[in-house]
Design a protein around this ligand. Structure first.
Ligand code: SER
Length: 322
């Protein structure tokens, strides 16, 4: 097998930032290419190309220029952004994916594309949501995810494309700033805690959602991509589970380390999105097929987030462990 040359779109987002750092441990800076559109941050020791992922000519030029063999196609609008700009979400989230899949067929590339718990909807069973279940999402983001999952499976069946996908739960990370998502309160809350010792949560205190710490998400993503092809039995997208919690449970956990921290609840239009999503996932297929096993529980994730956001903000807030 030849050398891997990896292209990452959405490299400056919540997933991309950690993914690039992890890939960089295994590959040289000349074997990783990232596409920068609006957001560019310093500190990436990789090749940066500037352009738009929905521009097929540009993408093809990059693929050819660097002899790309693998794409992690992460660029897209999240749930809240997609409700604000549904037309744009369709163009970027689905148009971008279609462009990537077509080029992947042409240049024989392996593809990773993230789906989400947003593929599920109000009619889906909410607890321990099965792999194969009702997919009737009511958000534009979710509609994009279901259509994208089916498109991935179609390209695999029709063209033999090796495209792999995970239904990411809410992801909690500290390297990149949080994006425009519904589960993102679980990232914002740490900045609130460390900057002001308080936070106003835009979801109700009992809103349970499936969540995952970023290190687990990156580990699982790379594990899926490295798994032997015969192990991959799902070509839509794998349920990908770890922890689940409510805002109130997260607050209690933060208060064990920062007893002065307080949280108010002021649910807004994002509550409706959260209410349409599952509370927990059955990810036994991923565990069985390629050995998925998360490592972070709520307490460990909270501890690491507080430590890392604290370092990042260089804050004066004092941390006092119980
Ligand atoms: N974190 C995402 C969102 O809330 C879920 O895929 O939009």
């Amino acid at each position: 097998m030849g050398k891997k040359k990896i292209l990452i779109t959405g490299a400056f987002g919540l997933v991309g930032t950690d993914l690039v750092a992890e890939l960089r441990k295994k590959h040289s800076s000349q074997d990783i290419v990232v596409i920068a559109h609006k957001t560019v941050r310093e500190g990436f020791d990789v090749i940066v190309e500037h352009g738009d992922v929905t521009d097929e000519t540009f993408l093809e030029h990059v693929i050819k220029k660097y002899d790309i063999t693998e794409i992690y196609h992460l660029a897209g609008l999240l749930s809240v952004g997609s409700e604000k700009y549904p037309q744009l979400a369709w163009e970027v989230n689905l148009g971008g994916l279609k462009t990537v899949l077509d080029l992947a067929v042409k240049y024989n590339l392996k593809v990773f594309w993230p789906s989400s718990i947003a593929a599920f909807g109000p009619t889906t069973p909410k607890d321990n949501t099965p792999q194969h279940t009702i997919l009737e999402p009511t958000t534009m983001y979710g509609v994009n995810k279901v259509a994208g999952e089916l498109l991935c499976q179609y390209y695999n069946l029709r063209y033999g494309l090796d495209v792999r996908s995970l239904r990411y739960p809410g992801l909690i990370a500290y390297k990149a700033p949080p994006g425009d998502g519904t589960t993102e309160y679980s990232v914002h809350i740490f900045y609130g805690a460390l900057q002001e010792k308080k936070y106003t949560c835009f979801l109700a205190k009992d809103s349970r959602l499936p969540m995952m710490f970023i290190d687990d998400a990156i580990k699982g993503t790379l594990q899926l991509m490295e798994a032997p092809v015969e192990k991959i039995t799902i070509r839509t997208s794998y349920n990908f589970g770890s922890i689940n919690f409510t805002p109130e449970e997260l607050v209690t956990e933060i208060q064990k380390i920062m007893p002065d921290f307080t949280c108010n609840y002021s649910p807004d239009n994002r509550q409706k999105i959260a209410d349409s999503w599952p509370k927990s996932l059955d990810d036994s297929q991923a565990r069985m097929d390629w050995g998925w096993k998360p490592e972070y529980d709520l307490a460990k994730m909270t501890r690491v987030m507080i430590e890392e956001v604290y370092k990042k903000l260089n804050t004066k807030v004092s941390l006092r462990a119980k």
